[in-house]
Design a protein around this ligand. Sequence first.
Ligand SMILES: Cc1cc2ncn([C@H]3O[C@H](COP(=O)(O)O)[C@@H](O)[C@H]3O)c2cc1C
Ligand SMILES: O=C(O)c1cccnc1
Length: 346
Amino acid sequence: MQFPEIPEIDTHAAEKAIERQARLTKPAGSLGRLESLSVQLAGITAKERPMFPRKAVILMAADHGVALEGISAYPSTVTAQMVANIANQGAAVNVIARQNDARVVVVDMGVAQDLGALSGVVHHNLAKGSQNMRRGPAMSRAMAEEAIDVGMRVLRKQVQDGLDLVALGEMGIGNTTAAAAVGAVITGSPVEAMTGRGTGLDDAGLAHKVEVIREAIAVNHPNPKDALDVLAKVGGLDIAGLVGVIIAAAAARLPVVVDGYISAAATLAAVELAPGVKPYLIASHLSVERGHAILCDYLDLAPLFDLQLRLGEGSGAVLAFPIIESAARILNEMATFDEAGVSQHV
Ligand SMILES: Cc1cc2ncn([C@H]3O[C@H](COP(=O)(O)O)[C@@H](O)[C@H]3O)c2cc1C
Ligand SMILES: O=C(O)c1cccnc1
């Protein structure tokens, strides 16, 4: 599969941002990670004064055949019901997006129930959910490629409509199982260390989920060096769609705000397939979901905050928008020592 070329970070714009940070009216380094974030944003956008007026969260929705194995605290019918709720502006992510002036783009990548022409949803249903990975591959390699391609097209359409900043979101009962499987295979971490309670499994449910993931990996033996193989065999249509979003966003010089566990697993696969995406990534929050910290470490991403979230939908990523915008606006709008007549030296 061919991926678009991803430009390198603009080191000139980044250096200009570093120089400007040194002249702003504050003790050197006092704005901590907001400073390094502003430099990253300048490098990503190739603008000395980056701005992010047009924002969106792209939420990939799909069902997972493995939900049959009782690995979630909720039934898979919730996927379609939540897609309708999101289209109706009623989910957590809608509230946070409204507050931050961001669009919510919810995409049916592979919801099991027929959504018909439900308005407020982008319809790209590739299958009525993936297959049960405990028994065989979640999908074919061709379908994984198609899902990535859809993700790239969805992102490009949003860029055409006007987009400066994008958050990753997802909805799909069972997707923490797929994410854990992808994460365990690619990082080589033990399944137990990568598997969490998702929507709220008890101890017995968690032990069963670990067993199902182990079996899925044993049955499919995905090749850890081939992220497409991993996505097809133990991933999902939502995760593969997000891989496409990430790659196309980096190719368009957009900062990509990673949400929690599932979006981190998609990010892991995207980095494997297109390593050039790496400098475009911003980790928003540290999820409660077990394994998320391992994925962040592996990706060398330091989340901006920890609010003990374990929701998904892109909720944590959109919560990071105002922090990211503040980092950019500080760079753009703060007075320099010279401008304000503030003394810089003893
Ligand atoms: C009402 C509801 C709203 C959600 N919004 C996000 N998720 C989250 O939970 C699911 C993953 O957890 P698991 O792997 O345990 O099924 C995904 O849909 C994820 O987005 C939700 C889950 C539920 C039940
Ligand atoms: O971290 C996440 O994104 C997450 C955790 C649990 C359930 N759904 C999503």
